[in-house]
Design a protein around this ligand. Structure first.
Ligand code: HEM
Length: 336
């Protein structure tokens, strides 16, 4: 699919039209056309491919639209602030150390290794602990029910996006894959609800527990607290809606970063000169003893590494396309 999309945009330029059965699609890759859609407050409906995510993510930010999206996006905006990452640095450092030890032992074996599943577990540890405030220890227990459920569900999603038959609900519902999806959903939803209910009980017994500090979010349960304490039209958000946002951040946060890290490593592995420059920068920031934990300001000084990651994301974007359903004219026909 990605190859076809690339082919169409190279052959026909910044905008082209194609049909899948009777459904008409416009493929837009030029910013001047994208702007008309993305800067509008009208075109918020997500495309059909997002439907596959509904059983897992319900009406979370990624899949919702209109008023619901606007309301939730408003109170979740602090969760997108860079400063939040400072709170979770100890989590990332802890996971990074486990990863480094694993990579060291793979390197000692001297055999080629598929990094995707290894990095996926690290990313999963990072998001579960920073979003739900609890550790699932995925890197040390890759066979746990929770890790297996995430793997099963992401496999089902990827399959449905590639296969025209499996993408149709009536056919999918008859497939054994539907049962795999149902089992995985039960494990994931039960886990999220358990954590949410426990934290809501704790918050009910506490006073003055605003999760927002001058630096953004402040405690270990930060993201969850932001959701549990938020109000829409004077009402607290119910547990199912909280669960949908938690699951959305869990999905978006681990899948995208895994691809980004793995593709960056792929680019770095293919470029010795870049490897050397990254190493020199690490030594200049951390000194020769790299067993010391990096501080947030150390990481901010790793400018060259940041350029390498951004360039890798440009060459191999974790999210190569997004989709919107448009039901009215963009009103910007002159630029078309
Ligand atoms: C390399 C890393 C990442 C990339 C490339 C990426 C890319 C994207 C893209 C392209 C969208 C827009 C989707 C659309 O509108 O259809 C999006 C939305 C979103 N992302 Fe990420 N993302 C990354 C990391 C993360 C992380 C770490 C989190 C959370 C922990 C996250 C949470 C979200 C959420 C909640 C949305 C929906 C936002 C909204 O509609 O208001 N993402 N991301």
């Amino acid at each position: 699919m990605v190859k076809n999309i690339q082919y169409l945009s190279q052959k026909y330029g910044g905008i082209s039209r194609f049909y899948i059965l009777s459904q008409r699609y416009f493929l837009i890759s030029d910013v001047k056309f994208i702007e008309a859609i993305m800067s509008s407050t009208e075109f918020l409906s997500k495309g059909k491919s997002y439907d596959f995510l509904h059983p897992w993510l319900g009406q979370g930010l990624l899949t919702s639209t209109g008023r619901r999206w606007k309301n939730h996006r408003k109170f979740l905006t602090p969760a997108f602030h860079f400063n939040i990452l400072q709170n979770f640095l100890p989590v990332f450092v802890k996971s990074g150390k486990i990863l480094t030890e694993k990579l060291r032992s793979y390197a000692a074996q001297g055999e080629p290794v598929d990094l995707f599943p290894i990095i996926a577990l690290t990313a999963l540890d990072n998001v579960t602990e920073s979003i739900m405030g609890v550790s699932v220890g995925a890197q040390n227990d890759s066979e746990s029910q929770y890790v297996k459920a995430i793997k099963d569900l992401t496999n089902v999603l990827a399959y449905r996006m590639r296969n025209a038959f499996a993408s149709s609900d009536p056919i999918f519902n008859l497939m054994s894959m539907k049962r795999v999806q149902d089992r995985a959903l039960k494990v994931l939803h039960d886990q999220s609800i358990k954590v949410i209910e426990a934290r809501r009980r704790q918050l009910d017994n506490m006073e003055n527990s605003s999760p927002i500090s001058e630096y953004g979010i402040k405690n270990k349960h930060a993201f969850l607290d932001l959701l549990l304490l938020a109000e829409i039209d004077g009402e607290k958000i119910d547990n199912v809606s909280v669960r949908e946002e938690v699951d959305t951040f869990m999905f978006e946060g681990h899948d995208t970063t895994t691809s980004g890290i793995v593709f960056s490593l792929f680019c770095i592995a293919n470029n010795k000169e870049v490897q050397e420059k990254i190493l020199q920068e690490q030594i200049s920031v951390l000194g020769n003893d790299m067993s010391n934990d990096p501080t947030y300001s150390d990481i901010q000084q790793m400018k060259y590494l940041e350029c390498v990651i951004k360039e890798s994301l440009r060459l191999y974007p974790s999210v190569p396309f997004i989709e919107r359903q448009i039901s009215q004219d963009t009103g910007n026909t002159s630029s078309f």
